[in-house]
Design a binder for this molecule. Sequence first.
Ligand code: HEC
Ligand code: HEC
Ligand code: HEC
Ligand code: HEC
Ligand code: HEC
Ligand code: HEC
Ligand code: HEC
Ligand code: HEC
Length: 445
Amino acid sequence: MKRLMACVILVVVLTFLGATAAFGVIRHSEETLACLDCHRQNPGLVSQWEDSAHWNAGVGCFECHMADKSDSDAMNHYGFTVAIIVSPGDCGECHPRETAEQEASHHAKAGDILNSNDGILGQTIGGEPAVAVGCRQCHGSIVKVNDNGTLDTDTWPNTGIGRVNPDGSKGTCSACHTRHRFSKEQARRPETCGKCHLGPDHPQKEVYEESKHGILYRAFESELNMDRPKWVAGEDYYDAPTCATCHMSASRKLPTTHDVGTRLSWNLRAPISEHMDHWQKKRQDMQEICSACHGRPFIEGFYKQLDSFVELYNEKFIRPAKEIRERLIEEGVISKDNFDDKIDWIYWELWHHEGRRARHGAAMSGPDYAWWHGIYEMAKHFYTELLPEAERVCADAGKPQIYEEIVSTYIDGRKEHEWYTKGFSPERLEEIKRYYKDRYQQEVN
Ligand code: HEC
Ligand code: HEC
Ligand code: HEC
Ligand code: HEC
Ligand code: HEC
Ligand code: HEC
Ligand code: HEC
Ligand code: HEC
């Protein structure tokens, strides 16, 4: 009992000392104190900030939101000149390295999507309101300012990753460091990236969840020390990597980076996957991360499997599919426009959905995405939709010989596709029958 009392007293004294130290040292500017006078009406917002590293460092409302009268988004706000948007340009005054890296990354370019095929799909085939609450919430809007400095509600609220800000800077730091905590602990969690990196066309979050890494993350989440200032795999934690570990955080040899592309050797989202510039160096850097927890031969084995898989995707399925569609366009069998022929949609989903899922599954150890949601779907649609549809449109256009040429170029004489026109050999069929008989005591046809 005595010991318990002593303990309680110690805790009370320490808390008191801690609090006075905190209130004594941290001074906030006059302006920020004025903001707080009114903005206590948003107590959640103020508490988030009070729990942040910024509060601790004396960085307040005014230090972030202040603006020059000449800024296009400056507004006169109860005697203060402030802006709603705190852009990478603003954060960059205190965090220049992170900001320069972020601005050099693909993330910063993600708002420029208007003229892509996805853009046509969103704008024309979907519709503008769907683009505002869909595409742009991930990719970023081009923020427009009203005459009084408030923001145009067609373009705001928005924290898309490549937002184009009124000051011309690109990106949104709060896409990952959610306001007003701006926490790096939160940014290290896979859920942060999962706002955007999920779904039928880039299921990195789902792939991660089914991977051993994701399983270990859930099992040992509380032991990962994600709140530490320094966070290096193998030194500060060892159970599991998160998205940040592999793509952003420091390793024993590498510093943190805000350019998420610096450790990627492949482009796994384009129709045909190609190596990035300086890909060997980028791959080496990623392998350095793995080496905290895996041996060299294991890591090399992993990359060998990935490279063979990308080659299969490229050469067996997507290059032929692409060339077949191009041939049909050249011959005038289908139109040049996108998405007005059934085959456009089949081809689109082959690479943009099924083929990406497959490649992302292979790159991040999600076997169900590599195969059942990936190559399985591709194979099924290549053989049972793309080819039959090509045959149909050629026949309809009175040019059946075009389809015959396609078959002779892409199918016959290619070992990997031979089964489609020639069937399996009687020996192979016999083997399959025997297998089912042994395993399930059943006959199959
Ligand atoms: C006299 C009271 C008052 C003062 C002082 C004040 N604000 Fe506000 N502020 C408001 C009110 C009211 C709103 C509207 C929000 C609401 O209705 O909940 C607002 C809104 C805002 C917005 C959002 C605007 C929008 O359109 O979404 C920002 C950003 C903001 N204030 C920042 C600041 C900063 C930074 C300071 C200090 C430099 C400050 N405010 C000082 C009362 C005040
Ligand atoms: C570290 C910089 C930073 C600090 C400190 C900061 N803000 Fe913000 N604030 C932001 C960012 C970033 C946004 C979101 C706009 C954007 O994405 O650019 C924002 C948005 C807002 C908004 C509009 C959005 C909403 O949810 O209504 C208000 C109001 C606001 N801040 C008030 C405050 C107040 C009050 C304080 C002080 C208690 C404060 N901010 C401190 C960076 C900051
Ligand atoms: C006036 C200078 C200033 C501005 C403006 C500023 N910061 Fe900071 N920031 C600091 C200081 C000081 C720290 C605490 C020391 C450190 O960790 O570097 C900090 C810490 C951080 C951290 C680390 C938090 C943690 O969990 O340890 C993040 C993330 C961050 N800032 C993001 C931002 C973002 C995003 C913006 C813009 C919306 C921003 N900062 C604007 C000065 C600033
Ligand atoms: C849930 C968030 C989300 C939505 C909604 C979304 N995207 Fe994306 N988009 C992404 C992510 C994440 C990537 C990167 C995928 C990767 O690297 O594997 C991406 C990739 C792209 C790319 C390829 C960029 C490049 O440089 O290769 C384009 C173009 C694109 N999206 C346009 C659109 C359009 C247009 C819409 C709406 C019709 C849309 N996206 C909807 C998250 C989203
Ligand atoms: C794609 C998500 C993402 C975006 C966008 C992002 N950050 Fe970070 N940031 C992180 C992660 C993850 C960490 C933690 C790295 C680690 O493990 O130490 C971090 C760490 C930081 C830190 C702590 C010091 C450091 O470098 O580790 C600062 C400061 C910071 N970010 C500022 C910014 C600023 C400023 C922006 C906008 C220009 C920004 N961040 C945009 C994910 C992001
Ligand atoms: C708000 C949405 C959003 C968030 C949050 C987000 N991303 Fe992205 N990310 C994108 C989009 C969109 C792209 C495609 C950009 C492009 O090429 O146009 C992308 C691209 C990437 C790329 C490919 C970069 C390259 O150079 O090819 C990587 C890797 C990546 N993100 C990792 C991450 C990680 C890790 C996190 C979390 C720490 C994260 N992202 C958070 C939207 C987001
Ligand atoms: C164990 C490390 C690891 C983890 C954890 C991890 N990734 Fe990856 N990621 C990789 C590797 C390896 C590649 C392929 C690298 C290459 O091209 O050489 C990759 C590729 C990517 C790409 C590029 C895809 C493209 O279209 O080109 C994106 C985007 C991405 N990861 C996002 C994420 C997100 C989001 C998470 C968390 C949900 C995550 N990663 C978790 C290792 C990891
Ligand atoms: C923080 C430690 C850590 C890091 C960093 C890490 N891994 Fe792992 N990884 C593990 C652990 C633990 C396992 C589980 C081993 C098992 O199957 O028992 C694992 C499993 C794997 C598996 C086996 C998947 C399966 O389903 O059997 C592969 C492949 C893999 N990691 C690749 C990588 C690659 C590639 C990188 C770097 C890009 C990497 N890992 C980074 C800890 C890590």
